[in-house]
Design a protein around this ligand. Structure first.
Ligand code: GAL
Length: 909
């Protein structure tokens, strides 16, 4: 059925009303149930990998003497070939991938036998009472302890936390007799990593890659009307990533119950075309699985509504109906289109009117509703132009993006929606409108947030292909899993309006491999295109040049650091590393029809509140001891001029983007500090590249981006702080960031004159100020009018703690979080940036302290500690309520000799 115009919509709505009447007479009793399966697991982790059982997925090459303090742009190397006669469980796990393997000849058959069935942990009668009771999502490593030193087992690269190791999760659950005859699935949004699942003693499958979501059909192994025993083995290798992976089942787990005839896993695919404010074509594909042996005939109707309306009271604005025959144990896909008049468009930030629709798909047979499946989607018109970049709904948007790893700082890898939302809010206020999911698919809920808040997303799947960056990374499973991982990645995420580009690789070793490497890329490219022809693809390249083979493969050119040039300073003369002249023009010339995006820029470093002298007179510099860096303290200066050897300061990137307006925009490495990869100080726990620190506190750089990205938002920001008792009489440069165009600086009420931003200048510098205590005041102007004002004063003695909370009321669901920022202040409420006081946190009422942090990359105190030293005057404490308990939590922060602070947070059902 097709709706052609407004009139036919009306006709259809009448039909729809009719249909609704029929529906009300239909039997609707038991359709789909999606049950959150997170609570009440038993957990056991072996003390060491050596002690673990031998139920391994596959053997792995020895690590050898590898150090994980290699620079990120070290050349990836060839895999090590391994063979074994040992029994490995891979053959029993591989069939889980079959739905995501196109060619029948490549699908896997389950071998005979049932490995592990005699192992104690998979038995129902095994006594797990001494195991830890946990709720998911869980990151087993985040509480530490941190492993310090050069020779720790888990090094700086993976965040010095015990994320490696082998562990088991067990759960008993009852499936009622009434569910007999249904299909019952276990849906795991992410388990880190090499998960293998036994149900009632049988190994039923698993999924090695920790970042993908996956499903197991439990139906044939369940005991209906009885208790069932689930046992999941997770085995996360050391040296499997260049960053902190987290460990364990760190995303949501669901039990999904459907009729035997049901919409398949991620079984809808919704695209739009010919989108305008007047109308839009919506194309809906629905794949229905028939898990019965016999052939069936069903009807399928999809209704479309605005996402948040009350569906009982509103008539659908689009409706599609089709009949289909499905053979036994097969699937069938139906395709339909509908025209929606005057659609509410999905508009990204800064507009952020990100309207969403919901498609409700109903599968019926002989007057019975068998399944109801909901899909959120958005209607937007995206155009890409190699000369101008990205247009959404006809409006040009420069990509002002950041890269984000998946960890949530002190909360680790365990996904928490509120923690992710807070990150996005802070980024949005900075003027950021785009996220690159570096370098792997995120939790599905993060894309829901991006959809609702209006961020655009580059969704990315791999950091390595066949070649390896670390000894145990994805390359080990690339041959068998690259296809299923790539297909399942797209199928899960392809209805999100926020996702505008698929990325299938980051700085892969195949860049160096000419035709051979390009062939590997082309195979992945074709898979992506088969799964979603509606979106362009990209790979992020830090080495490949325009004349090489890999750049020709993807639709777009993704450049990491190459636009600004890599290691161009004469300091790097003679160094045997990537050295590259600025590449935007060369790529644009070679590929005049390909959009260019700077998938990674900057990788600039800083430690919040730390300022080191002297300050470079350049606009961008590498970091060394005494040049922006302090090897003893392991901190980098917040003058925000220093970057990784192959990177550039924000200022330098801004200029290179402005002088190459065809570049669609940038993704800064990174929005937030993340755990692991602590270049340039390997002994630290977390990185220095965030615009915002690990605790969520803004570094000075935040204001540099805000000034440039939100030029209509009145702001001015001064650095450094003005508490330098040991710098009296010494040169102490003052830098000012503003969205205005001119600044007058006052030092102890004396004007130091006005400075105007010149073309391609993004900060105003007073580099010769001789420090003395007092006050620095900056008055910013825009077009000759006062625009914003800020003062920085010398503070008095530390006298008090002050606290503020991001939200005063949170949900009493045991998941929602309140983020309380505590600062050390003098009696006039001025922040003491030099303060390092130890602060203790306590709480009364129906809640608990989840974690504390201070954003210091060198702090090795467990995130679970309720006491922490302030770093640059600040600390963070994260609290949550108790499920089902409404009330008032009182959180107290205390420190010797200081007036304490108290914050009240209410929890509501
Ligand atoms: C890039 C890499 C990122 C990160 C960054 C650190 O080369 O793609 O994953 O390692 O360097 O500077």
């Amino acid at each position: 059925m097709r709706v052609k115009n407004r009139l036919s919509v009306l006709v259809l709505l009448m039909c729809c009303a009719l249909f609704a009447c029929q529906c009300s007479q239909l039997e609707t009793a038991s359709t789909r149930e999606r049950i959150l399966f997170n609570e009440d697991w038993k957990f056991y982790k072996y003390e060491s990998v050596e002690q673990a059982d031998s139920l391994i997925y596959d053997i792995r090459p020895a690590i050898g003497e590898v150090m994980d303090n290699k620079d990120a742009d070290s050349r990836p190397t060839a895999p090590v070939q391994m063979e074994t006669k040992q029994i490995v469980l891979k053959p029993w796990v591989l069939p889980t991938a079959n739905k995501f393997i196109k060619d029948d000849a490549n699908k896997h058959r389950r071998p005979h036998g049932n490995p592990g069935s005699d192992f104690a942990f998979v038995q129902a009668d095994f006594d797990d009472s001494s195991w830890e009771r946990v709720d998911l999502p869980q990151d087993w490593a985040i509480k530490g302890p941190f492993q310090v030193g050069w020779n720790s087992e888990v090094g700086g690269g993976m965040g010095r936390l015990p994320c490696n190791g082998v562990a088991w999760y067990r759960k008993k659950f009852l499936v009622p007799q009434s569910d007999h005859g249904k299909s019952i699935f276990l849906d795991i949004d992410g388990a880190m990593s090499y998960a293998m699942v036994w149900l009632n003693g049988s190994l039923i499958g698993g999924w090695p890659y920790g970042y993908n979501s996956w499903r197991l059909d439990l139906s044939d192994y369940l005991r209906f009307g009885e208790e069932n025993q689930l046992a999941i083995r997770v085995d996360n290798p050391n040296h499997s990533a260049r960053w902190y992976s987290g460990g364990g089942i760190y995303r949501n787990v669901w039990l999904t119950k459907t009729n035997k005839i049901h919409v398949g896993q991620w079984g809808t695919y919704i695209t739009t075309s010919q989108v305008s404010e007047e109308k839009a074509n919506v194309h809906v594909e629905v794949t229905i699985d028939n898990d019965l042996l016999e052939n069936v005939s069903v009807a399928c109707v999809t209704e479309i509504y605005p996402v948040d309306c009350n569906k009982q009271e509103v008539v659908p604005i689009g409706l599609l109906l089709q009949k289909v025959k499905i053979k036994g144990k097969q699937s069938a896909t139906i395709k339909e289109s509908v025209i929606i008049d005057h659609p509410q468009l999905w508009n990204p930030l800064p507009k952020g009117e990100a309207h969403l629709y919901q498609a409700i798909t109903t599968v019926m047979q002989n007057g019975k509703i068998l399944d109801v499946y909901e899909t959120n989607f958005g209607i937007r018109k995206i155009e890409f132009d190699a000369d101008t970049g990205v247009l959404i709904n006809g409006e040009y948007i420069k990509l002002k993006g950041v890269n984000q790893h998946h960890d949530l700082g002190a909360l680790g890898a365990a996904f928490n929606s509120r923690a992710a939302e807070r990150q996005l809010e802070i980024l949005r206020d900075m003027g950021c409108n785009a996220i690159r999911m570096a370098h792997n698919p995120p939790a599905p809920e993060l894309l829901d947030l991006a959809d609702r808040m209006g961020f655009v997303v580059i969704d990315e799947i791999f950091d390595s292909w066949e070649k390896k960056k670390t000894p145990h990374d994805f390359h080990l499973i690339f041959p068998e899993w690259s296809e299923p991982d790539a297909r399942s990645f797209i199928r899960r995420d392809r209805n999100h309006p926020s996702v505008i580009i698929w990325s299938f690789g980051n700085e892969v070793g195949e860049q160096y491999d000419g035709k051979k490497g390009a062939k590997v890329g082309k195979r992945l490219y074709d898979i992506l295109k088969e799964e979603d022809p509606s979106r362009p693809t990209i790979t992020a390249m830090n080495f490949a040049k325009p004349y090489m083979e890999l750049p020709a493969v993807a639709d777009f050119i993704g450049l990491n650091y190459q636009g600004e040039g890599i290691r161009q300073d004469t300091f790097f003369n003679g160094v045997d590393r990537i050295r590259t002249k600025p590449q935007y023009d060369a790529f644009h010339q070679e590929f005049p029809n390909k959009v260019i995006i700077s998938t990674e820029t900057a990788s600039a470093f800083s430690s919040r509140g730390v300022y080191l002298f002297p300050v470079t007179s350049k606009t961008s510099s590498y970091v060394r001891n005494g040049i922006g860096g302090d090897t003893n303290r392991q901190q980098v200066s917040s003058y925000e001029l220093y970057a990784v050897d192959f990177g550039s300061s924000a200022d330098k990137v801004f200029k290179s983007l402005e002088t190459h307006p065809f570049v669609a925009g940038e993704f800064v490495w990174t929005g937030f500090d993340y755990l692991g990869e602590p270049t340039p100080y390997y002994l630290s726990r977390s990185c220095y590249s965030g615009i915002i620190d690990l605790a969520g506190f803004k570094k000075d750089r935040y204001y540099l981006y805000q000034a440039h990205w939100r030029d209509n938002y009145p702001m001015v920001h001064i650095l450094p702080h003005w508490d330098w008792p040991d710098r009296v009489g010494k040169i102490t440069p003052v830098h000012v960031f503003t969205s205005g165009d001119e600044v007058e600086l006052f030092f102890n009420d004396k004007s130091l004159g006005k400075k105007k931003k010149k073309k391609y200048e993004y900060r105003l510098r007073w580099d010769n100020i001789i420090y003395e205590p007092g006050e620095i005041k900056a008055v910013a102007y825009k077009n000759g009018k006062v625009w914003a004002e800020e003062r920085m004063k010398t503070t008095g003695e530390a006298a008090q703690l002050m606290a503020e909370v991001d939200r005063k009321v949170i949900k009493a669901d045991g998941k929602d979080l309140a983020f309380i920022s505590v600062k050390v202040c003098d009696k006039n409420d001025l922040l003491k940036v030099n303060a390092l006081h130890r602060i203790s946190f306590s709480m009364e009422g129906p809640g608990e302290i989840v974690a504390t942090d201070n954003g210091d990359p060198t702090d090795m105190e467990s995130f679970a500690s309720t006491s922490r030293k302030a770093f640059s005057g600040r600390c963070l404490v994260v609290v949550k309520g108790i499920k089902g308990q409404e009330g008032t939590m009182v959180v107290k922060a205390e420190s010797d000799g200081l007036k304490p602070a108290r914050i009240i947070v209410r929890t509501e059902k």
